[in-house]
Design a protein around this ligand. Sequence first.
Ligand code: HEM
Length: 500
Amino acid sequence: MIYVVTFLVAILFAYVFKNFRRPKNFPPGPEGLKFVGNVPLIKRLSREQGGLHLAFSSLAEQFETSILGLQLGSDLVVVVFSEDNLAEVHLSDVFLARPDNFFTRLRTFGVRRGITITDGEVWLEQHKFALKHLHQLGFGKVMMKSLIKEELGHFIELLRSERENICVTKYLAPLVLNVLWTIVAGSRFSLDDPQLSRLLELMSSRGKAFDMSGGVLNQFPWIRFFAPEKSGYKLISSLNSQLRDFIVAEIETHKKTRTGEIRDFIDLYLSTIDDPETNKDIFNEDQLVAVCLDFFIAGSQTTSNTLGFALLAMVRHPDVQTKVQRCLDDAVAPGTCPSFTEEKRLNYVSAVLLESMRSCHVVPVTGPRRATQTTTVGGYTIPKGTTVLMSVHSILNDKKRWGDPEVFRPERFLDSDGNIVNSERLYFYGRGKRRCIGEALARNFIFQFFTSLLYHFEFSATPGKTLPTTPIPGITLSPQPYFVDVRPRHPAQTTEHRHG
Ligand code: HEM
């Protein structure tokens, strides 16, 4: 018996020694506890400081480093802060992969599928396909423009009738989802559809319950057996299966109603599967479900929260709002609304949107990436398998670059002739081969909604309701619900949206 116990203890020691030891020349960071590493510290700092991005920044400051080394459970995690370090991660193929862990696999039911969490050939082919066809289906065609116009029309009508005490954030998520879903499946939801509300509620809870590191559930997956609710396991499983059932049902309907004409992304993907030349290991119905899930999860909250923060900034800075409106009145013929192609003529508006994203970027920590071999960043060793995160927040709030990053000042993006400057190296949508595939759609949507809403309405805080000053932390930052009154700026008329 004594031998068995000694043997087990020796194995345990070997495990602890191997897995809970900082590797040689690993980036600086706090010493971790055995088994849990830095998890309790990061959790506490995130709670105290208001998010994972702020917890990371405070540790980087404490250790005077632009690359932080952590241990979350038995996972090695490195967070990079400076532009040089970010460039090394964004541009090197060693960091092109995503972590393969419990949390990432949970997204697609224990297997690796789709775009966001896959690597290698599957990722490359799905990524290329989605990028090419999202563009063809959405941006170059009249459909996308009339789609945004239709969604805007519904929202403008709603604002005209409600006018007071409107919780804007409540409406933005369904609007974005409708645009996305029409591209993917050719149909929109009614804004009071209970299924839509349920999906959005689940997605928003998911965004708030987890963070970019995957949270405790990722570091200790067994926790789901003891605390299925508290660990977030129940929530994420329920969201994923509801989303999957919903997408599978839509694919089945498409299969029954197909005529050969390509109506949307699902039709296009199904016709690719039918092609005898297609590699069925890469393009199949399971992959289609996962790619649709990716669009929903990566595209809806990021876009609606960005718009939510931009409108909040306008309520908080009425002088900037007035300037935007003057600029729109000057540039836009009465009774029309600007199209995205006019972005270049509306430099002040573009500067306001850039400043809004700089001051509150919805994805303050991007990634996660995985080192596929042992390498170095900033002179430190990054062992194979390490998870790497990028603090875009620190770049967007760097005092050396911006001078007064805490001030909302769109003029920092304009030169003395009113041309856009400083708009490079912001990494809002990432950089390199894993750059966001929805950037064009998101930029188009945000620009058209923002300009149209400000052209039609003056927004002010509802009297007696305070405006939130901090975002809700999570995988993406969300604006806390805020309430506005709107005053129409033009008489109601059928407003034309120009198509560029
Ligand atoms: C304001 C809105 C958005 C922001 C700020 C944003 C931001 C990002 C960032 C920073 C990445 C790169 C992550 C990395 O470097 O590892 C990314 C990837 C991605 N985004 Fe977006 N995104 C937005 C909207 C969208 C939309 C509308 C869609 C869907 C159509 C979308 C789909 C994706 C997908 C599928 C990926 C994963 C790409 C890959 O792993 O190869 N995003 N996004």
